[in-house]
Ligand binder design. Structure first.
Ligand SMILES: *Cc1c(COP(=O)(O)O)cnc(C)c1O
Length: 477
């Protein structure tokens, strides 16, 4: 493949944090001014990219795509080594295969990783990147997170058994699905600590926020997060768009339409980046469930929070899409001061609006579709009836959005299958009458012993537990 433009540096969307290279962005996560890091310029795919990438393995393709984001300190050899290690444990030779479900309508299967959801694609890579950079610097990290589902298990799988990372994952006791809880608590590794909080998911999140706000504690344990505001996670999600567009569009330049089931706007933002790099991608379709803050924004130009309602697609049950700030930064012509003002207004009033011109730009780039639970069940049943395939509720939101807004006559339409149906067996059974089986290598999940520590919904109790168990502090405690 031809030569990339120079490696990027990273700037904060709020314009008041230091410019950083990739390794510091990886370890820092959220910028010190409260903003999100973004590349200072989008790299351009070399002109011969479609042909040059077509024959590569998924791991090698990912390494090539990461070069301008991770360089110059992480070169092609290191990236190739890390991506091969990240994707070797995946349970499909193609890693992110395509399957056809209708005329020019495709599923991009992103559930072949260890926890059966797309978050594995970036997090498996992130685990290796953390390990590499920490070893090089002789440093350790303590990761603390709160989860209501997919992120927790994917993060635990990504760092289990690694020498220089401890992970403490909080989940609300009794309020996580059986499969999702067991995917976390059955991991038996000395650096993994599951904490079952006697409270709600919001309590868990408040505790994590309190710990991050305790600067003395934060420095003592080298606290870090792996949520999707880390740009390295976005970078790790670009490759499957490139792989799918390369496979379906080939060198023809025929634009591919992607429909993405969207919560925090991380996954669809990675598609936006791929398009900004020159990948032939048309308007991106956002699939929302009844928590439709993004759908309402693309309709009206106003972002307005509402209470979260539980749905059949819980990984999209969000009030605010944290990664949307990255798109807003571009809509505001990368004016960090203006963005800071908008976010302050949003925090104060629970609402903000963009100008008509900015709204026009947003709707040129993205379209959106909303699907309620009844529609979700109907789409699961339709795909099963048409093809014999079982899809999960998040995937159903994407497929319905693809049917509503994609044009199969104009080019391939690809719906992202973001989770395996066996992760959400109740909804799938309700829609089709068929119970989706776990893959054979996970079939004994319900027999494996669980490891979790119950704690009250109290930040002090969690802090004491972490200090006693994190490798950085436990000998001193
Ligand atoms: C996290 C998740 C989503 C939402 O992705 P975002 O990047 O937050 O928009 C959709 N589907 C599944 C299965 C998920 O785990």
């Amino acid at each position: 493949m031809g030569i990339w433009s120079a490696p990027v540096n990273y700037i904060s969307t709020r314009g008041a944090a230091p410019r950083l290279g990739f390794e510091d962005v990886l370890l820092t996560g959220l910028a010190r001014d409260g903003g999100l890091y973004v590349p200072d310029a989008w790299p351009s795919l070399p002109a011969d990219a479609p042909a040059a990438l077509a024959g590569l393995s998924y791991a090698d393709l990912t390494a090539r795509v990461l070069e301008p984001f991770a360089g110059p300190t992480l070169g092609p050899a290191v990236l190739g080594d890390l991506t091969r290690k990240a994707y070797a444990p995946f349970h499909h030779a193609a890693v992110a295969p395509l399957g056809q479900i209708d005329r020019n309508l495709w599923l991009l299967e992103l559930f072949h990783g260890p926890t059966l959801a797309f978050k594995d694609y970036a997090l498996q890579l992130l685990g290796g990147l953390f390990d590499h950079v920490l070893a090089k610097r002789g440093e350790r990290l303590t990761i603390v997170g709160a989860t209501s589902g997919d992120t927790g298990s994917a993060a635990i799988e990504a760092v289990r058994g690694r020498d220089n990372i401890d992970i403490f994952m909080l989940h609300p006791h009794g309020r996580v699905s059986d499969v999702q809880r067991r995917q976390m608590t059955t991991v038996d590794a000395a650096n993994v600590f599951n904490i079952a909080i006697d409270g709600t998911f919001d309590d868990c999140q408040d505790i994590v926020k309190a710990l991050f706000g305790d600067l003395g504690f934060r420095d003592r344990v080298h606290l870090s997060a792996v949520n999707s505001i880390n740009f390295a996670r976005i970078a790790g999600q670009i490759a499957y768009y490139v792989a799918a567009a390369t496979a379906l569009g080939g060198g023809t330049g025929r634009p591919v339409t992607f429909a993405v089931p969207t919560g925090n706007f991380g996954n669809v933002f990675a598609a936006h980046v791929a398009r900004a790099m020159g990948l032939p991608v048309g308007r991106l379709i956002i699939g929302s469930n009844a928590n439709d803050i993004l759908h309402r924004f693309f309709k009206s130009g106003a972002m307005e929070t509402r209470a979260v309602v539980p749905t059949l697609s819980p990984s999209m049950d969000i009030q605010i899409s944290s990664n949307f700030e990255r798109l807003l930064f571009d809509l505001l012509d990368r004016d960090g001061a203006a963005l800071t003002q908008v976010m302050a207004d949003f925090r104060a009033a629970g609402t903000f609006a963009v100008s008509p011109a900015q709204h026009d730009r947003a709707t040129t780039l993205f379209a959106s579709h909303r699907l309620d639970d009844a529609g979700t069940l109907a789409e699961i049943a339709r795909v099963h009836g048409d093809t014999g395939r079982l899809i999960d509720p998040h995937t159903a939101v994407a497929v319905a959005a693809a049917r509503a807004l994609g044009d199969p006559a104009a080019g391939p339409v690809v719906a992202l299958a973001s989770a395996h149906p066996a992760k959400f067996p109740d909804a799938v059974k309700q829609a089709t009458g068929v119970h989706p089986d776990l893959p054979p290598w996970l079939a004994d999940l319900h027999e494996r012993p669980e490891h979790a520590t119950p704690l009250p919904a109290d930040a002090g109790a969690v802090r004491t537990f972490i200090l006693a168990h994190a490798a950085l502090t436990r000998s001193a405690a």
